[in-house]
Design a protein around this ligand. Sequence first.
Ligand SMILES: [Ca+2]
Ligand SMILES: [Ca+2]
Ligand SMILES: [Ca+2]
Length: 455
Amino acid sequence: LELPLSRRPNRLNASSLVTALLVLGCGETASTVSYGEWPLAGGDTTIVNRTSNAYSFPAPNLTESELNLHLEGDVAFEARFVTPPATLNPGLGPLFNNNGCINCHLRDGRGLPVAGQGPLGSPLLVQVSLASGEATFPGGPVPVPGIGAQLQDHATYGYEPEVSIVVRWIEQAGEYGDGEPHTLERPALDITLASGEPLPGDVLISARIPPPVFGLGLLEAVPEEDLLALADPDDANGDGISGRANYVWEIKSATTRIGRFGWKAGVPSVVQQSATAYFNDVGVTSPMFPEPDGASDIDEHTLSVVGLYMQTLAVPRRDGWDDPIVRRGEALFREVGCGSCHVEELRTGVHSIGALTEQTIHPYTDLLLHNMGFELADGRPEYLASGTEWRTPPLWGLGLAQTVLPYSRFLHDGRARTIEEAILWHGGEAERSKEAFRTMPAGDRSALLEFLHSL
Ligand SMILES: [Ca+2]
Ligand SMILES: [Ca+2]
Ligand SMILES: [Ca+2]
């Protein structure tokens, strides 16, 4: 665990203060520098709370009726499903990964990728597909016969789980520009089918941890054209960073739409992601993924309130806005090009939820796909996203990840134990930025990390 910012020693030693003033380019002392207004990460949906509950507050600007639906969605998100027949939350399985949303998205944050730490096995979720064949949705992943597109390692009584998954962690050593050593680790999965056989060799595999679920309505409300304006698929401006939108199947409209959610932006909306999770992760059918006879375990209303719940979870306000070290780290973040993908500021358009409409937000994402190099590659395409491409994840609330859940990890498969390790894994389009970080003086690295911890 890292020390809270306020308890770290030597935060204001003379040399860093001088550098901070140089970066700020003014002659005033730090205490009298005016930084303008405190930036609100989630616009009017921002809350000022940096406790272990920071991800779990309703947006403060909801109307009374929106708040009531949010609270109803909160109950649905916390529901634990059981084997039918039952009066409360029946419909679990027969195959599933976990018995409710909250068991993977613990405290509305990121799940724990280490087997045995979740309330029910490992929340590390494994998606699978074949390189060719008939896709479930046009342009999407091709399911594996008899297994589908996701491995379920649990089953209700009388059924057999599809697989058992054992995660091994493989260490690798590296060093900073100044020779200081570091270690990284990545997961290797041993997957055994119910038959005792290993997975066939032609099955493509992608292991994922659950991302946090606050602020999602804001990300949904950013106009498509604004995201497309950030894309530079052929790197026309020659900065080494391209970025392109994923286009994915929207079940509701039966058309292709820009993808925003999931680690490869493979899902267009919060509600569709929720219905997918109910179906694949919990084995719960809904009107979007019904039983063969058209019936379903949950109804349209439950699906929409659980979606509204995540759409309207408040975004925590960043910390240390007036701290010179944090400011210096922020300047470095911009200088080395982190902000080319982790775009600081976006503006929402019109959303059906009024509280999310026309907000200036600071999510630190472009929601676009980037080639992140072969070390992060999973080799499993998802719609237009190739085996090396990932969606830039938002960094808002990042500094609270391990306050909310002490063992939270970072990156798509939870390989990074710390924020620093997450940066060190960057490659591909982000190689130049990563190298700038790796070869910075130690003081600059820690200032950049202080900035990230302030988010
Ligand atoms: Ca079911
Ligand atoms: Ca399956
Ligand atoms: Ca570019």
